[in-house]
Design a protein around this ligand. Structure first.
Ligand code: MN
Length: 227
């Protein structure tokens, strides 16, 4: 009996998870959610937000820091890294994208979100798409049609607003993106963003997403990024 216990103890010890090796300190940190995890209910549920932020985004940050350990790029911003992403290994591409995209996502959602934009942003959307309703239709459709995991974006490129979509954790800042520009709105259509509540019903999640968009934040990104 004693031998068995000792053996088990040894095996457990050998396989112990070492938090310090999976959660390196810096240079990048997981930002706090700007609202409680339950605040976007009923549109996006608490458990999804907790796992999405703490586990998924947390892993992107930890993996990115691990990938950059001992390199001379630790002082670069996440944007600098995205802009030159083709010169990095794919691990950096996936995790730098994951960090940038989710950091943006938390800010463009709000418990006081939804409705429609106004002012210069609404004017620009009307100019680009004809109407806000038509923009919603095209953006939602891009989300439904994104095969597999990815993102849909509203970006500024050459002072024009356009909708684009990227696979995996790529984003429009990346030099590898098919359509490049500055994202002012992003929608995560990975299953991890909706599966607990909506299962396979991505279109229902997309419909719900319109109720949490923080248009004030999107407008701020729009006005401060126009040349
Ligand atoms: Mn996600």
């Amino acid at each position: 009996m004693k031998t068995k216990t000792n053996r088990l103890t040894k095996v457990v010890k050998e396989h112990r998870i070492k938090p310090s090796s999976t959660v390196p300190t810096g240079p990048f940190i997981l930002p706090l959610l700007p609202y409680p995890a339950h605040a976007l209910e009923p549109h996006i549920d608490r458990r999804t937000m907790e796992i999405h932020h703490d586990k998924h985004h947390g892993a992107y940050v930890a993996n990115l820091n691990n990938a950059l350990l001992g390199t001379n790029v630790e002082s670069l911003s996440i944007e600098d890294i995205c802009i030159n992403i083709s010169s990095y290994p794919v691990t950096v591409r996936n995790n730098a994208g994951g960090h940038y995209n989710h950091s943006l996502l938390w800010t463009i959602m709000s418990p006081k979100g939804g409705g429609s934009p106004h002012g210069v942003l609404l004017d620009a959307i009307n100019d680009a798409f004809g109407s806000f309703e038509e923009f919603k239709r095209q953006f939602s459709s891009a989300g439904s049609n994104r095969f597999g995991s990815g993102w849909v974006w509203l970006i500024i490129t050459k002072d024009k607003l356009i909708i684009s979509s990227t696979p995996n954790q790529d984003n429009p800042l990346m030099d590898v993106a098919e359509v490049k520009g500055f994202p002012i709105l992003g929608m995560d259509v990975w299953e991890h963003a909706y599966y607990l509540k909506y299962q396979n019903r991505r279109p229902d999640y997309i419909t719900a997403f319109w109720n949490v968009i923080n248009w004030d934040e999107v407008a701020k990104r729009f006005t401060t990024s126009k040349l």
